[in-house]
Design a protein around this ligand. Sequence first.
Ligand SMILES: NC(=O)C1=CN([C@@H]2O[C@H](COP(=O)(O)OP(=O)(O)OC[C@H]3O[C@@H](n4cnc5c(N)ncnc54)[C@H](OP(=O)(O)O)[C@@H]3O)[C@@H](O)[C@H]2O)C=CC1
Ligand SMILES: O=C(O)C1=N[C@H](C(=O)O)C[C@H](O)C1
Length: 275
Amino acid sequence: MTTESPIPVVVNGAAGKMGREVIKAVSGLSDMMLVGAVDRNPQYRGQDVGEVAGCGPLEIPIVDDLQSILVLATQEKVQGVMVDFTHPDGVYENVRSAIAYGVRPVVGTTGLTTEKLQDLAEFAEKASTGCLVIPNFSIGMVLLQQAAVQASQYFDHVEIIELHHNQKADAPSGTAIKTAQMLSGLGKTYNPASVVEKETIPGAKGGLVGDNIRIHSVRLPGLIAHQEVIFGAQGEIYTLRHDTSDRSCYMAGVLLCIRKVTQLQSLVYGLEKIL
Ligand SMILES: NC(=O)C1=CN([C@@H]2O[C@H](COP(=O)(O)OP(=O)(O)OC[C@H]3O[C@@H](n4cnc5c(N)ncnc54)[C@H](OP(=O)(O)O)[C@@H]3O)[C@@H](O)[C@H]2O)C=CC1
Ligand SMILES: O=C(O)C1=N[C@H](C(=O)O)C[C@H](O)C1
Protein backbone atom coordinates (compact mmCIF):
# COMPACT_ATOMS: atom_id res chain seq x y z
CA MET A 1 0.00 0.00 0.00
CA THR A 2 1.35 3.48 -0.90
CA THR A 3 0.67 6.45 1.32
CA GLU A 4 0.86 9.86 -0.38
CA SER A 5 3.11 12.36 1.38
CA PRO A 6 1.27 15.35 2.85
CA ILE A 7 1.47 18.64 0.95
CA PRO A 8 3.97 20.99 2.65
CA VAL A 9 2.19 24.29 3.27
CA VAL A 10 3.69 27.70 4.02
CA VAL A 11 1.33 30.44 5.21
CA ASN A 12 2.39 34.00 4.45
CA GLY A 13 0.54 36.62 6.48
CA ALA A 14 0.04 33.95 9.14
CA ALA A 15 -0.73 36.38 11.97
CA GLY A 16 -3.40 38.24 10.01
CA LYS A 17 -7.15 37.73 10.03
CA MET A 18 -7.13 35.31 7.10
CA GLY A 19 -3.74 33.77 7.89
CA ARG A 20 -4.98 32.62 11.30
CA GLU A 21 -8.00 30.94 9.73
CA VAL A 22 -5.72 29.11 7.28
CA ILE A 23 -3.46 27.92 10.10
CA LYS A 24 -6.49 26.50 11.96
CA ALA A 25 -7.86 24.85 8.81
CA VAL A 26 -4.58 23.28 7.65
CA SER A 27 -3.24 22.17 11.04
CA GLY A 28 -5.86 19.49 11.61
CA LEU A 29 -5.50 17.73 8.24
CA SER A 30 -3.62 14.55 7.44
CA ASP A 31 -2.98 15.37 3.76
CA MET A 32 -1.29 18.70 4.54
CA MET A 33 1.68 19.57 6.71
CA LEU A 34 2.31 23.09 7.91
CA VAL A 35 6.04 23.74 7.39
CA GLY A 36 6.29 27.46 7.96
CA ALA A 37 4.51 30.62 9.06
CA VAL A 38 5.63 34.03 7.84
CA ASP A 39 4.42 37.49 8.86
CA ARG A 40 6.06 40.91 8.74
CA ASN A 41 4.27 42.21 11.83
CA PRO A 42 7.04 42.41 14.50
CA GLN A 43 4.48 41.95 17.29
CA TYR A 44 4.21 38.22 16.50
CA ARG A 45 7.83 37.41 15.59
CA GLY A 46 9.01 34.18 17.23
CA GLN A 47 5.58 33.32 18.66
CA ASP A 48 4.09 29.87 18.09
CA VAL A 49 1.70 30.28 15.15
CA GLY A 50 -0.79 27.80 16.64
CA GLU A 51 -1.02 29.90 19.80
CA VAL A 52 -1.50 33.05 17.74
CA ALA A 53 -4.21 31.39 15.63
CA GLY A 54 -5.92 30.04 18.74
CA CYS A 55 -5.66 26.33 17.94
CA GLY A 56 -2.98 25.36 20.50
CA PRO A 57 0.80 25.00 20.09
CA LEU A 58 2.11 23.78 16.72
CA GLU A 59 5.82 24.28 17.47
CA ILE A 60 6.15 26.53 14.42
CA PRO A 61 7.41 30.04 15.14
CA ILE A 62 6.29 33.01 13.07
CA VAL A 63 9.25 34.43 11.13
CA ASP A 64 9.59 37.39 8.79
CA ASP A 65 11.94 35.81 6.25
CA LEU A 66 9.87 34.26 3.47
CA GLN A 67 12.92 33.07 1.50
CA SER A 68 14.20 30.83 4.32
CA ILE A 69 10.77 29.22 4.70
CA LEU A 70 10.49 28.66 0.94
CA VAL A 71 13.85 26.87 1.11
CA LEU A 72 12.47 24.72 3.95
CA ALA A 73 9.43 23.85 1.84
CA THR A 74 11.66 22.61 -0.98
CA GLN A 75 13.35 20.09 1.34
CA GLU A 76 10.18 17.98 1.52
CA LYS A 77 9.41 14.96 -0.71
CA VAL A 78 6.57 16.67 -2.57
CA GLN A 79 6.32 20.21 -3.93
CA GLY A 80 5.18 22.76 -1.41
CA VAL A 81 2.37 25.33 -1.55
CA MET A 82 2.51 28.93 -0.30
CA VAL A 83 -0.81 30.42 0.79
CA ASP A 84 -0.57 34.22 0.66
CA PHE A 85 -2.90 36.51 2.59
CA THR A 86 -0.67 39.54 3.06
CA HIS A 87 -1.03 43.00 1.51
CA PRO A 88 -1.34 44.43 -1.99
CA ASP A 89 2.09 46.08 -1.61
CA GLY A 90 4.02 42.81 -1.27
CA VAL A 91 2.01 40.09 -2.95
CA TYR A 92 3.67 40.35 -6.37
CA GLU A 93 7.18 39.84 -4.94
CA ASN A 94 5.96 37.01 -2.67
CA VAL A 95 4.48 35.13 -5.61
CA ARG A 96 7.59 35.68 -7.79
CA SER A 97 9.75 34.31 -4.97
CA ALA A 98 7.57 31.25 -4.40
CA ILE A 99 7.54 30.36 -8.10
CA ALA A 100 11.30 30.88 -8.31
CA TYR A 101 11.71 28.29 -5.53
CA GLY A 102 9.24 25.88 -7.13
CA VAL A 103 6.69 26.43 -4.36
CA ARG A 104 3.16 26.79 -5.75
CA PRO A 105 1.29 29.92 -4.73
CA VAL A 106 -2.36 30.02 -3.67
CA VAL A 107 -2.99 33.75 -3.61
CA GLY A 108 -5.87 35.27 -1.69
CA THR A 109 -4.31 38.71 -1.43
CA THR A 110 -6.06 41.23 -3.65
CA GLY A 111 -4.82 44.41 -5.29
CA LEU A 112 -2.68 42.89 -8.07
CA THR A 113 -3.00 45.03 -11.21
CA THR A 114 -3.90 43.41 -14.53
CA GLU A 115 -0.32 44.01 -15.69
CA LYS A 116 1.21 42.36 -12.63
CA LEU A 117 -1.20 39.43 -12.92
CA GLN A 118 -0.21 38.98 -16.57
CA ASP A 119 3.46 39.14 -15.63
CA LEU A 120 2.97 36.45 -12.97
CA ALA A 121 1.05 34.29 -15.45
CA GLU A 122 4.00 34.46 -17.86
CA PHE A 123 6.47 33.73 -15.06
CA ALA A 124 4.46 30.69 -13.89
CA GLU A 125 4.09 29.45 -17.47
CA LYS A 126 7.85 29.63 -18.07
CA ALA A 127 8.50 27.76 -14.82
CA SER A 128 5.67 25.27 -15.52
CA THR A 129 4.47 25.96 -12.00
CA GLY A 130 0.87 25.96 -10.90
CA CYS A 131 -0.41 29.17 -9.32
CA LEU A 132 -3.93 30.06 -8.21
CA VAL A 133 -4.99 33.69 -7.84
CA ILE A 134 -8.40 33.71 -6.18
CA PRO A 135 -10.10 37.02 -5.40
CA ASN A 136 -12.77 35.23 -3.36
CA PHE A 137 -12.66 31.70 -1.91
CA SER A 138 -16.35 31.55 -0.99
CA ILE A 139 -18.64 29.24 -2.94
CA GLY A 140 -21.53 31.64 -2.34
CA MET A 141 -19.68 34.37 -4.19
CA VAL A 142 -18.98 32.11 -7.17
CA LEU A 143 -22.71 31.32 -7.30
CA LEU A 144 -23.54 35.03 -7.16
CA GLN A 145 -21.13 35.75 -10.01
CA GLN A 146 -22.58 32.96 -12.13
CA ALA A 147 -26.12 34.20 -11.47
CA ALA A 148 -24.98 37.69 -12.48
CA VAL A 149 -23.55 36.41 -15.76
CA GLN A 150 -26.86 34.66 -16.44
CA ALA A 151 -28.88 37.80 -15.61
CA SER A 152 -26.70 39.90 -17.92
CA GLN A 153 -28.36 38.21 -20.90
CA TYR A 154 -31.59 39.98 -19.97
CA PHE A 155 -30.48 43.28 -18.36
CA ASP A 156 -28.55 46.12 -19.98
CA HIS A 157 -28.09 48.14 -16.78
CA VAL A 158 -25.93 46.97 -13.88
CA GLU A 159 -23.89 48.45 -11.01
CA ILE A 160 -21.80 46.81 -8.29
CA ILE A 161 -21.59 47.90 -4.67
CA GLU A 162 -18.98 46.27 -2.42
CA LEU A 163 -18.89 46.89 1.32
CA HIS A 164 -15.96 45.98 3.57
CA HIS A 165 -14.42 46.58 7.01
CA ASN A 166 -12.32 49.72 7.18
CA GLN A 167 -9.02 47.85 7.64
CA LYS A 168 -9.08 46.91 3.96
CA ALA A 169 -6.20 48.49 2.03
CA ASP A 170 -7.43 48.23 -1.54
CA ALA A 171 -10.50 49.58 -3.32
CA PRO A 172 -12.37 48.37 -5.16
CA SER A 173 -12.29 44.83 -3.82
CA GLY A 174 -10.68 42.10 -5.89
CA THR A 175 -14.04 40.34 -5.91
CA ALA A 176 -15.87 43.34 -7.39
CA ILE A 177 -13.24 43.71 -10.12
CA LYS A 178 -13.48 39.99 -10.92
CA THR A 179 -17.29 40.21 -11.00
CA ALA A 180 -17.13 43.14 -13.45
CA GLN A 181 -14.62 41.20 -15.56
CA MET A 182 -16.93 38.17 -15.65
CA LEU A 183 -19.78 40.41 -16.82
CA SER A 184 -17.55 41.90 -19.53
CA GLY A 185 -16.55 40.50 -22.91
CA LEU A 186 -20.03 39.02 -23.35
CA GLY A 187 -20.95 41.28 -26.27
CA LYS A 188 -22.88 43.74 -24.09
CA THR A 189 -22.59 47.49 -23.75
CA TYR A 190 -23.95 48.20 -20.27
CA ASN A 191 -25.54 51.33 -18.94
CA PRO A 192 -26.22 53.35 -22.09
CA ALA A 193 -26.74 56.95 -20.94
CA SER A 194 -30.27 58.31 -21.25
CA VAL A 195 -29.36 61.91 -20.33
CA VAL A 196 -26.25 64.08 -20.51
CA GLU A 197 -24.64 63.40 -17.12
CA LYS A 198 -22.44 65.65 -15.00
CA GLU A 199 -20.49 64.38 -11.99
CA THR A 200 -20.41 67.47 -9.77
CA ILE A 201 -18.35 65.71 -7.09
CA PRO A 202 -15.55 63.60 -8.67
CA GLY A 203 -15.91 59.92 -7.81
CA ALA A 204 -19.62 60.17 -6.98
CA LYS A 205 -20.47 57.65 -9.68
CA GLY A 206 -17.80 55.12 -8.64
CA GLY A 207 -15.02 53.58 -10.73
CA LEU A 208 -15.45 52.14 -14.21
CA VAL A 209 -14.33 48.58 -14.95
CA GLY A 210 -14.72 46.36 -18.01
CA ASP A 211 -17.68 47.03 -20.29
CA ASN A 212 -18.82 50.27 -18.63
CA ILE A 213 -19.62 48.75 -15.22
CA ARG A 214 -19.43 51.01 -12.18
CA ILE A 215 -18.12 49.78 -8.83
CA HIS A 216 -18.88 51.64 -5.59
CA SER A 217 -16.77 50.89 -2.49
CA VAL A 218 -18.02 51.35 1.08
CA ARG A 219 -15.63 51.03 4.08
CA LEU A 220 -17.02 50.91 7.63
CA PRO A 221 -16.15 49.27 10.94
CA GLY A 222 -18.75 46.61 11.67
CA LEU A 223 -18.69 45.22 8.15
CA ILE A 224 -16.77 42.10 7.08
CA ALA A 225 -17.23 41.53 3.32
CA HIS A 226 -20.41 42.13 1.32
CA GLN A 227 -21.32 42.65 -2.32
CA GLU A 228 -24.41 43.61 -4.29
CA VAL A 229 -24.83 43.34 -8.04
CA ILE A 230 -27.88 45.40 -8.99
CA PHE A 231 -29.55 44.99 -12.36
CA GLY A 232 -32.14 47.52 -13.48
CA ALA A 233 -34.73 47.55 -16.25
CA GLN A 234 -38.00 49.30 -16.95
CA GLY A 235 -40.19 48.77 -13.88
CA GLU A 236 -37.95 46.25 -12.06
CA ILE A 237 -34.77 45.79 -10.06
CA TYR A 238 -32.97 42.47 -9.65
CA THR A 239 -30.48 42.44 -6.77
CA LEU A 240 -27.94 39.74 -6.01
CA ARG A 241 -26.29 40.01 -2.61
CA HIS A 242 -23.63 38.06 -0.75
CA ASP A 243 -22.72 38.57 2.92
CA THR A 244 -19.78 37.19 4.83
CA SER A 245 -20.39 36.85 8.56
CA ASP A 246 -17.31 34.74 9.44
CA ARG A 247 -13.98 34.35 7.62
CA SER A 248 -14.13 30.58 8.10
CA CYS A 249 -16.44 30.61 5.04
CA TYR A 250 -13.35 30.94 2.82
CA MET A 251 -11.58 27.84 4.13
CA ALA A 252 -13.25 25.12 2.03
CA GLY A 253 -12.12 27.07 -1.03
CA VAL A 254 -8.59 27.57 0.32
CA LEU A 255 -8.15 23.85 1.07
CA LEU A 256 -9.51 22.90 -2.35
CA CYS A 257 -6.98 25.26 -3.96
CA ILE A 258 -4.05 23.87 -1.97
CA ARG A 259 -4.92 20.42 -3.31
CA LYS A 260 -5.64 21.58 -6.90
CA VAL A 261 -2.61 23.81 -7.39
CA THR A 262 -0.31 20.82 -7.09
CA GLN A 263 -1.87 19.47 -10.32
CA LEU A 264 -1.47 22.69 -12.34
CA GLN A 265 1.40 23.91 -14.52
CA SER A 266 0.27 27.51 -15.05
CA LEU A 267 -1.59 30.39 -13.41
CA VAL A 268 -5.36 30.21 -13.03
CA TYR A 269 -7.37 33.28 -11.95
CA GLY A 270 -10.69 32.64 -10.19
CA LEU A 271 -12.23 29.85 -8.10
CA GLU A 272 -14.94 29.20 -10.70
CA LYS A 273 -12.28 27.77 -13.04
CA ILE A 274 -11.38 24.89 -10.74
CA LEU A 275 -14.71 23.89 -9.19
N1 LIG B 1 -9.44 35.88 -1.57
C1 LIG B 1 -10.26 35.93 -0.52
O1 LIG B 1 -11.24 35.16 -0.42
C2 LIG B 1 -9.96 36.89 0.56
C3 LIG B 1 -8.95 37.78 0.39
N2 LIG B 1 -8.61 38.64 1.39
C4 LIG B 1 -7.46 39.48 1.11
O2 LIG B 1 -6.33 38.93 1.81
C5 LIG B 1 -5.44 39.96 2.19
C6 LIG B 1 -5.18 39.89 3.69
O3 LIG B 1 -6.37 40.14 4.36
P1 LIG B 1 -6.47 40.07 5.96
O4 LIG B 1 -6.03 38.76 6.49
O5 LIG B 1 -7.83 40.56 6.29
O6 LIG B 1 -5.39 41.18 6.35
P2 LIG B 1 -4.62 41.38 7.74
O7 LIG B 1 -4.06 42.76 7.72
O8 LIG B 1 -5.48 40.97 8.88
O9 LIG B 1 -3.42 40.32 7.65
C7 LIG B 1 -2.32 40.44 6.82
C8 LIG B 1 -1.09 40.02 7.61
O10 LIG B 1 -0.01 39.88 6.70
C9 LIG B 1 1.08 40.69 7.16
N3 LIG B 1 1.81 41.13 5.99
C10 LIG B 1 1.54 42.16 5.16
N4 LIG B 1 2.41 42.22 4.15
C11 LIG B 1 3.28 41.20 4.34
C12 LIG B 1 4.38 40.73 3.62
N5 LIG B 1 4.81 41.35 2.50
N6 LIG B 1 5.06 39.67 4.08
C13 LIG B 1 4.63 39.04 5.22
N7 LIG B 1 3.59 39.44 5.95
C14 LIG B 1 2.90 40.50 5.51
C15 LIG B 1 0.43 41.81 7.92
O11 LIG B 1 1.34 42.45 8.75
P3 LIG B 1 1.12 44.05 9.06
O12 LIG B 1 -0.11 44.11 9.90
O13 LIG B 1 2.36 44.44 9.77
O14 LIG B 1 0.95 44.71 7.72
C16 LIG B 1 -0.68 41.07 8.65
O15 LIG B 1 -0.23 40.43 9.82
C17 LIG B 1 -6.09 41.26 1.70
O16 LIG B 1 -5.59 41.59 0.42
C18 LIG B 1 -7.56 40.90 1.58
O17 LIG B 1 -8.24 41.68 0.65
C19 LIG B 1 -9.28 38.67 2.57
C20 LIG B 1 -10.34 37.83 2.77
C21 LIG B 1 -10.77 36.86 1.80
O1 LIG C 1 -10.27 42.38 2.47
C1 LIG C 1 -11.21 41.56 2.64
O2 LIG C 1 -11.74 41.38 3.73
C2 LIG C 1 -11.67 40.80 1.48
N1 LIG C 1 -11.01 40.89 0.38
C3 LIG C 1 -11.28 40.20 -0.83
C4 LIG C 1 -11.58 41.16 -1.95
O3 LIG C 1 -10.92 42.21 -2.05
O4 LIG C 1 -12.45 40.88 -2.77
C5 LIG C 1 -12.32 39.11 -0.67
C6 LIG C 1 -13.40 39.44 0.30
O5 LIG C 1 -14.21 40.40 -0.28
C7 LIG C 1 -12.83 39.90 1.62
